[in-house]
Design a protein around this ligand. Structure first.
Ligand SMILES: Nc1nc2c(c(=O)[nH]1)N[C@H]1C(S)=C(S)[C@@H](COP(=O)(O)OP(=O)(O)OC[C@H]3O[C@@H](n4cnc5c(=O)[nH]c(N)nc54)[C@H](O)[C@@H]3O)O[C@H]1N2
Ligand SMILES: Nc1nc2c(c(=O)[nH]1)N[C@H]1C(S)=C(S)[C@@H](COP(=O)(O)OP(=O)(O)OC[C@H]3O[C@@H](n4cnc5c(=O)[nH]c(N)nc54)[C@H](O)[C@@H]3O)O[C@H]1N2
Ligand code: SF4
Ligand SMILES: [Mo]
Length: 720
């Protein structure tokens, strides 16, 4: 007789945390639907959710460790051999060349991985390498830096209170494609429409007329990289005309008078010249923010990964503080997660952050939160000398496709003495590995969103059990990490107490540690005043537990070491002259490159799912008709996109959806590289935009890579 069951879980593929209802028959997924009873997503799901099944069943997904032989071919080996050999070789490199010779790159999917969120930090501490890298420096670093410098903790990231906001200014985000980032909210479309249904207003600033821009009440094209000037001009205007509406933050912010002086040069005229906006539009935006009861500014990746990403994210916080949006219903708020990483029980928390404690060897770039900017990874591997990176471990990351100057990264990885990848695919990055250690599938592990619950538009808590038992010879990510950790300590002859601690942590597993953290949290069962959260409370609540709307929490939540919000951290003031000089420079007229996300894609790693890649080709370059005409190009033509570091070829789409002077290409393609073993992705290989993105261009303040706004040229492909 067929056995069937219904499994409820949170989708782990993007930040929206949608609740899923999965029908399983004879231990096979037969249907995936949205869970109508999920307190955050209310039944919403996107086409990617179905890919959880494809990923689980994908014949290309690696299931056993691979070791590269001398002839370059991979062979399967058993787990004990793999972990022993990798630990030996890491230890060997660190013994011979020092700790920093072993680098590590941690990719985006770790954010959705309970086990790795718990077990990676201690492993990183043991590795103790200054050559730590992650996707942060091609993403949200400026937002975290602003949180660190202004609020005293890198994870105090404000989220727009979408369900109560009446005037939302969206800068450099396209949540209808991305499903929201640093704003976990299943079904963003309905929530945005809710703003309009309440009589509210949405404005979008974006060089592309995105799906979000089309839904909005107002969309303005803005020149890539110009946001910092614009947002500072809004701050200046608002402050001059309506004053600082600090509300309950009165007396808890420092630097207001200084700020007034610093903002002086940022006139709306300067912003208009830099951004292409009308002065009147800038004034209208300021007026709406200062005079609406429930207004908020939400800026995301497009505002971060640019030349002035640091200043732009500072400016966003300033406007939200000054217009009265900060920590207020309908403005930008802070979630109150069941496990609060800002204020967590010992061992669970994420440190307050750090900036510039050390600098990269070759380019002298600042560390942030213990990591160096990934745009300098290749040079740290390729430049000989003391402190050179000779070994690299990647954990759920694909820097060849996802970080700037992919071809140089390719070359660098190829030159390593040792490369180890914890990853389930043999892809553009992992093909360079000497060892690939593949984890269990996402459906074979339990799930709890330690990070995203802190960035959600509503307080929720949900734990999902594994849908399937992993096969006997499978290892979870955390088991791989902890297996290496334990061995590394043994190789080093670490004190028995340290080894015993790690062995005990390994025995406990992530769920028991999560249970402990839940109990010890503000709402935990060890806190007699609260609802008594624990894993045994979450386990039967298959749809998750609703902990209510966001609540004001400031200034109480500011860390003890920084009880005042800092409006004018010196790092920002020191960077203002660079911004002013740039905004005043008139040389324009180049073609600027921007990126886009597609609902059916997820960075570089979901192109091996037929259901998501079928249909019209998505890796195409978008260009405005005026620019196409000037170059004699038409839709469908094959074009060469060239920058100062290289060129790629791809088809052209002429469209009014990008502004004149801007071209747009999606990232995460380029699966045609030799040795990749992802059949579907290879058949839809596309070109990697990061092969033309220059790693030399960084926001000098924060170290975030400039992925948007680099100058490029486009012409008909010579080979067409
Ligand atoms: N479907 C899908 N969902 C995803 C992902 C994915 O790859 N696919 N990736 C996930 C990840 S890792 C992240 S970080 C989030 C990102 O989530 P979002 O921040 O919403 O990301 P994007 O959709 O790239 O939106 C960025 C927008 O910024 C615009 N932009 C580019 N340059 C500038 C500029 O200089 N100024 C302004 N104002 N706008 C600019 C772009 O045109 C684009 O519309 O999405 C997550 N969700
Ligand atoms: N030009 C340009 N470049 C960009 C961006 C852009 O907008 N434009 N966006 C940037 C952003 S926001 C981000 S976050 C980065 C992402 O950059 P990365 O995090 O480096 O790359 P991903 O493409 O997300 O690749 C994830 C890798 O993890 C593997 N993986 C997936 N799930 C798991 C898992 O559960 N366990 C393990 N061990 N491995 C897993 C996949 O096979 C893949 O190799 O890309 C950045 N790069
Ligand atoms: S929106 Fe994100 S969380 Fe929701 S189903 Fe799609 S990929 Fe999963
Ligand atoms: Mo990201």
């Amino acid at each position: 007789m067929a056995s069937s069951r219904t499994h409820y879980r949170t989708c782990s593929l993007c930040e929206a945390m949608c609740g899923l209802r999965i029908e399983i028959e004879d231990e096979r997924v037969v249907e995936i639907r949205g869970d109508a009873d999920d307190p955050l997503s209310h039944g919403h799901l996107c086409p990617k959710a179905l890919a959880l099944q494809d990923l689980h069943e994908d014949p290309d997904r690696l299931r056993r460790p691979l070791r590269r032989r001398a002839d370059g071919e991979f062979e399967e080996i058993d787990w004990e051999t793999a972990l022993d050999e990798v630990a030996d070789r890491i230890h060997d490199i660190q013994s011979r060349h020092g700790r920093d010779a072993m680098g590590i790159y941690v990719g985006n999917p770790n954010v959705h991985n309970l086990g790795n969120l718990i077990y990676l930090p201690p492993f990183l501490r043991t590795l103790r390498s200054k050559n730590r890298y992650s996707a942060t420096s091609v993403d949200q670093l400026p937002a975290m830096l602003a949180a660190y410098l202004m609020f005293g903790h890198q994870l105090l990231l404000p989220v727009p209170d979408l369900d109560r906001c009446d005037a939302l200014l969206i800068i450099g985000a396209n949540p209808l494609a991305s499903n929201g980032s640093i704003m976990s909210a299943g079904d963003v479309r309905s929530r945005l429409k809710g703003i309009q249904a309440r009589g509210g207003h949405i404005t979008v600033l974006d060089p592309r007329r995105t799906a979000t821009a089309k839904l909005a009440d107002e969309h303005h094209f803005v020149r890539p990289g110009s946001d910092a000037v614009t947002i500072l001009a809004i701050a200046k205007l608002g402050l001059e005309r309506w004053g600082a509406r600090l509300g309950h933050m009165e007396g808890h912010v420092e630097g207001l008078e200084k700020l007034r002086l610093e903002l002086d040069p940022f006139t709306p005229e300067l912003a208009a010249a830099a951004s292409g906006l009308e002065v009147a539009s800038i004034e209208a935006m300021a007026e709406r923010l200062w005079t609406s009861e429930r207004a908020a500014v939400y800026a995301r990746v497009g505002a971060c990964v640019q030349r002035f990403g640091g200043l732009a994210m500072w400016a966003v916080n300033l406007v939200n503080l000054l217009c009265g949006a900060f920590d207020r219903e309908g403005g930008v708020m802070f979630a109150d997660p069941a496990v609060d990483l800002v204020d967590a029980p010992r061992g669970f928390g994420v440190g307050k952050g750090s900036f510039g404690r050390w600098r990269s060897r070759v380019r002298n770039l600042p560390e942030f939160g213990g990591e160096l900017p990934v745009a300098c990874l290749a040079e740290e591997i390729m430049t000989p000398g003391d402190g050179q990176v000779r070994g690299l471990m990647t954990v759920a990351g694909n820097p060849v496709l996802s970080t700037p100057d992919g071809r140089r990264v390719d070359e660098a990885l190829n030159s390593l003495e040792l490369m180890v990848s914890v990853d389930m695919y043999l892809n553009a990055t992992t093909r360079h590995a000497h060892y690939i250690l593949p984890p269990s599938s996402p459906l074979e592990r339990s799930h709890y969103d330690l990070v995203l619950n802190a960035l959600a538009v509503r307080n929720v808590a949900k734990w999902s059990p594994p849908a399937f038992d992993p096969p006997e010879d499978a290892r979870h990510d955390w088991e791989i990490i902890q297996g290496l950790h334990r061995r590394l300590l043994a190789r080093r002859g670490a004190p028995l107490s340290a080894r015993a601690r790690e062995a005990a942590l390994e025995k406990a597993g992530p769920d028991r540690l999560l249970d402990l953290a839940l109990r010890m949290g503000r709402q935990g069962s060890l806190n007699p005043l609260r609802k008594g959260l624990s894993l045994s409370r979450l386990r039967p609540a298959q749809h998750g537990v609703d902990l209510g709307p966001l609540r004001p929490c400031m200034p109480k939540r500011l860390p003890a070491h920084q009880p005042q919000v800092q409006l004018c951290p010196p790092h920002y003031l020191e960077d203002l002259p660079r911004l002013l000089a740039d905004a005043r420079a008139s040389a324009r007229g180049e073609l600027l490159l921007i990126n886009r996300r597609d609902l059916r894609s997820n960075n570089s790693w979901m192109h091996n799912v037929e259901g998501l890649v079928k249909g019209p080709e998505r890796c195409v370059l978008e260009m405005h008709p005026e620019d196409a005409k000037a170059r004699g190009l038409e839709s469908g033509a094959r074009v060469e996109l060239r920058s100062k570091i290289g060129a790629i070829e791809l088809p052209l789409r002429v469209t009014l959806d990008v502004m004149p002077g801007v071209v747009c290409v999606p990232h995460g393609y380029g699966h045609g590289r030799e040795g990749v073993r992802m059949q579907v992705a290879q058949a839809h290989a596309g070109a990697s935009v990061n092969d033309v993105v220059d790693a030399g261009q960084l926001d000098e303040l924060s170290g975030v890579a400039v992925l948007t706004g680099q100058a490029v040229e486009v012409r008909a492909s010579a080979s067409a």
